[in-house]
Every structure is written in C-alpha cells, then in structure tokens.
Design a protein around this ligand. Sequence first.
Ligand code: PRP
Length: 209
Amino acid sequence: MEMLDIALPKGRLGEKVYSMFEKAGFPCPSIREENRKLIFENEELGIRFFWVKPSDVAIYVERGAADIGVAGKDILLEYEPDVYELLDLNIGKCRMAVAAKKDFRDNVNTTLRVATKFSNIAEHFYAEKCRDIDIIHLNGSIEIAPILGLSDVIVDIVETGKTLYENNLEPIETIVPISARLISNKASYQFKNEIIEKIRLGLSEQVGV
Ligand code: PRP
C-alpha cells in the first residue's frame, strides 16, 4: 500500500498536533515512546509521521517529500510555498507584530531600520504603507537589535508578550494573527485525496472557534 507521509513540527506544537491526528483516528503509538527516532509508521493505516524543524515543514510538503504537514501561518506568509492550505487548526496562536523600545518615535523622514527573521512579511507590510525601510535579517534573539541600536524596530512573533516586556520593548502594531495550518502538497491532494480529506475532516471536528 502507498504510504501517506506527514511532516510534523518538532516541539511543543508538534505534540499537540500529533494528539489531534490521534483523536482524528490516525494514531501511531510508537511515536509516544521516548527516543530520538524521527520517523514513525502505522503500517495498518498506511501513514508515516516524521518530525522536522517547524520552519522546514513547508519545504517538505512543497517538494512532495511529505504529502501533508502542519506549518505556522508565519512560515507560509514568509516563504509563500506552493501548497494548499487546507485547515486552520486554531492552535499555536500568536501574532506577527512590530515592536520597539518604549521611547521610540517614528521619524518618517528617515529610513526605518527593521530587524527580523521574517524579511518578506516585513517588506510587504511596509511596502503597503509606502514606508522606506532597511531590512536587517537576523536568525534569532531579534529583541536584542533595538536595544543595541542595530535597528529602530523589530518584526517578530509575539505570543504572551513576555519576551518583549522583559527586554523593555513594547508592541506597536499587529501585522497579522498567526496559527498552525494543515497544508498539502498539490499533487498529493489530487492523488491521495480520500485519505487527506478524511484527515482534514477528523481534524476539523476538533477545531474550536
Ligand atoms: C518567539 C519570538 C519571541 C518569542 C515571543 O521565539 O521570536 O522571541 O517567541 O513569545 P512571548 O511573546 O510569549 O514571549 P521562539 O520561541 O519561537 O524561538 P526563536 O527565538 O527561534 O524565534
């Protein structure tokens, strides 16, 4: 039988996502055994789960190495992978926001220096406002940038706001709300439609509004 390959985001969100698959009738008990394996198979159901870095899920799905997967809307907006977005799982909720030091005042006559991991999202956001910016692409600990004077503002994910608060920054503007999405490879959606639709339905029944 042909397997359905499912890419799950490694980490806390992934655990939640796996539980939803389990409840939807697509379990893979061996996944709960504590070990460092990355691939788990339920031969009977014809499904195979694998853990990947959350930001890599969309790459696996776009290229067809995974048929479906779960990725954050932040990643989908940033990389714009050519995949179908099938369902908002309503978990992993946070927002993409602009933040700055508390005393920050925007001077529209100068180029705004924006530090972020999400260059594409930031560029789109400011292009719409016709605001001239200079993107400083960083890979993490973005909150440091305005503190050290590397940037004027940051564009980053805010969940509880604790990281901003503890670094004396404050959110200025929300760009877009973020949550986890079920995505599908386009060809897989056509050729493995029955099982993918079953999964989508089983997951959708658990989505609280
Ligand atoms: C994100 C984000 C913030 C933090 C916000 O980092 O970059 O640093 O979470 O959460 P809070 O509002 O609840 O404090 P993440 O943990 O995803 O890791 P990262 O540093 O790799 O971005």
